[in-house]
Design a protein around this ligand. Structure first.
Ligand code: NCD
Length: 441
C-alpha cells in the first residue's frame, strides 16, 4: 500500500505538504506524458505515420485500466467533473456518473449516506460535489463506518466542492499553476479577490498558500470577507493573519483608518479603483491575483449579490498597473470579473489553470487508487492526515449546528458534532462545516 492509497480527500488539510509535492511530481510526469503521447493536448504538427496501422497506445492509458471512477455531482459543474472524467479516461479507467441532482435517487429523498454507500459498491473511487457544507466528510464517514465489513476495500471520497466550505482538488490545480508560473509557492504575495465569504476554492487555497509559506492579501467588500472559521484556522494552524483590503487601491495605498470608517458610514463598501494613485503600487506588491465570482447561489438575499457585482474588475487598464510577472488566476467560471480582453495577455493564467486540472487529477486518482507511489521522502506507510480532528473527533452532545447550509441540518439521521475550538473554550466548531457558535447559544 502506498501512502495515499485508500485515503479520503475531504479538505486540503488531508494532504501533508510533502504529499502535495508528491502529487505535483507525478503531475509533471503525467503532463509530459500527455504532451508526448498520442493524446497530446498541444501537438502542433500532425503525427508521423508509423508502420503499424494501429494507433500507438499511450503508456498512461494502462495505469487505471481495471478501475471505475464515479462522479456524483449534485450541483452544476463543468471543469471539475469533466476534468476528473477526462483524467480517469486518459489513465485507461472507466467512469460512471451522476451528472446532476435530478438523475439520482437523492431527488426521491434518499439520504446522502445511503447514496454513497451504494455507489461505493459500484466504483473504486468517488468524486462528490454537493450543495451543503460538510457533506464530503459525512460521505466519507458513511463509508468508514461500513467499509471493511461490507465493501472489503477502501473507496476514497474526493471532495469536488461541498457547499461554501472547501474545494481541495481545485487548490491542487491552483498551487500547481503557481508553481509552474513562478517555480515556487513560498514567499509569493497572492491577493485573493472577490467573494471570499462563499467561495470554497478560496477557503482551501488560503490554507494551502499559508502552509507553503505564501503571503495572503484579501481584497473584498467588508460584507464578503473570509469566514471567521477560516481566519481562525489560518491563525491557529499556520500562524497566518491575512491583511484585508476593500479594493486594489486600498492595497496600493492604505487610507487612514478614520477616513475608511467615514466612508463606510456613508454606505459605500468599496473605494473605486483609482488607477493613477495605484500606479506602480500594485505591481510591486503582488505576484498573483486570484479572482472569484460573486457566488450568487449562496446568498440568502439575492439583491445583495447583485449589489456586489462588478466590485472587482480585472481589465486591460488594471493590467497596465500590475507587475510584468503578476499572474491573473480564476477558478472559473467567470461572470464579469475578468474582462475577455485580458485573455490574450500572457499573465492571464486561468485557462492554463483549468487545463492543469487533467494531469493534476490524473496524479491524484493514480495515487488514491494505489496505482502510483509518492516519490521523494515518503516512507510508503499510510500517513495520518496532517491537521484537523480526523474522522473520529468527539463532540458535545445535544447541540445543533447553527449554519443553515450545514449538511447536518439537511441529512435525515445525521448526528451533529460540535467540538470546542482549541484555546477558545467558549466557542464550538461544527466538525462537518466548521462554522463556529458560542457554547451558550
Ligand atoms: C468553482 C466552484 O465550483 O467552486 N469552480 C470550479 O470548480 N472550478 C468556482 C465557482 O463556481 O465560482
Amino acid at each position: 500500500m502506498t501512502a495515499l492509497a485508500g485515503r479520503h480527500v475531504v479538505s486540503i488539510s488531508d494532504l501533508a505538504n510533502d504529499e502535495i509535492e508528491g502529487v505535483f511530481r507525478l503531475t509533471d510526469r503525467f503532463a509530459k506524458g500527455l504532451q508526448d503521447g498520442p493524446l497530446s493536448l498541444s501537438r502542433k504538427e500532425p503525427r508521423k505515420r508509423t508502420k503499424s496501422p494501429l494507433p500507438r497506445r499511450s503508456p498512461l492509458s494502462g495505469v487505471c485500466v481495471d478501475r471505475i471512477l464515479a462522479t456524483v455531482f449534485l450541483e452544476p459543474s463543468t471543469r471539475t467533473r469533466l476534468s476528473f472524467e477526462s483524467a480517469m479516461q486518459r489513465l485507461g479507467g472507466r467512469v460512471i456518473s451522476v451528472p446532476d441532482p435530478g438523475s439520482s435517487s437523492t431527488a426521491k429523498g434518499e439520504s446522502l449516506a445511503d447514496t454513497i454507500r451504494v455507489i461505493a459498491s459500484y466504483a473504486d473511487i468517488i468524486v462528490l460535489r454537493h450543495p451543503h457544507d460538510g457533506s464530503a466528510l459525512l460521505a466519507a464517514e458513511s463509508l468508514d463506518s461500513q467499509r471493511l465489513s461490507e465493501l472489503g476495500r477502501r473507496v476514497p471520497i474526493v471532495n469536488g466542492g461541498d457547499g461554501a466550505h472547501e474545494h481541495p482538488t481545485q487548490t491542487l490545480c491552483d498551487l500547481y499553476t503557481l508553481r509552474r508560473e513562478h517555480q515556487r509557492i513560498a514567499g509569493l504575495r497572492v491577493a485573493l479577490c472577490g467573494d471570499l465569504l462563499h467561495a470554497r476554492t478560496v477557503h482551501s487555497l488560503a490554507y494551502g498558500l499559508a502552509r507553503f509559506g505564501a503571503q495572503l492579501r484579501c481584497i473584498s467588500p467588508p460584507e464578503l470577507r473570509l469566514p471567521t472559521y477560516v481566519k481562525r484556522r489560518l491563525e491557529l494552524e499556520y500562524q497566518c493573519t491575512p491583511a484585508e483590503y476593500d479594493s486594489f487601491t486600498d492595497l496600493a495605498e492604505p487610507e487612514p483608518a478614520a477616513s475608511a470608517r467615514d466612508r463606510r458610514g456613508r454606505g459605500r463598501s468599496t473605494r473605486p479603483l483609482d488607477l493613477d494613485r495605484a500606479r506602480e503600487g500594485i505591481g510591486r506588491l503582488l505576484d498573483a491575483v486570484y479572482v472569484t465570482r460573486i457566488q450568487k447561489e449562496r446568498f440568502a438575499e439575492p439583491s445583495l449579490a447583485e449589489a456586489m457585482r462588478g466590485s472587482y474588475l480585472v481589465d486591460p487598464l488594471l493590467l497596465t498597473r500590475i507587475g510584468k510577472h503578476t499572474t491573473i488566476m480564476h477558478p472559473l467560471p467567470r461572470v464579469d470579473e475578468v474582462d475577455a480582453a485580458v485573455d490574450a495577455d500572457t499573465r492571464a493564467a486561468y485557462f492554463r489553470q483549468a487545463a492543469y486540472g487533467v494531469p493534476v487529477r490524473m496524479a491524484l486518482i493514480a495515487l488514491l487508487l494505489g496505482k502510483r507511489k509518492l516519490g521523494g521522502r515518503q516512507s510508503g506507510q499510510a500517513a495520518e492526515p496532517p491537521t484537523g480532528e480526523g474522522l473520529a473527533a468527539p463532540g458535545v452532545s445535544g447541540v445543533r449546528c447553527q449554519n443553515p447550509a450545514c449538511i447536518t441540518n439537511h441529512e435525515l439521521g445525521a448526528r451533529p458534532r460540535l467540538v470546542p475550538v482549541p484555546h477558545h473554550c467558549s466557542i464550538l466548531r461544527c466538525a462537518y462545516c466548521e462554522h463556529e457558535q458560542a457554547t451558550h447559544d
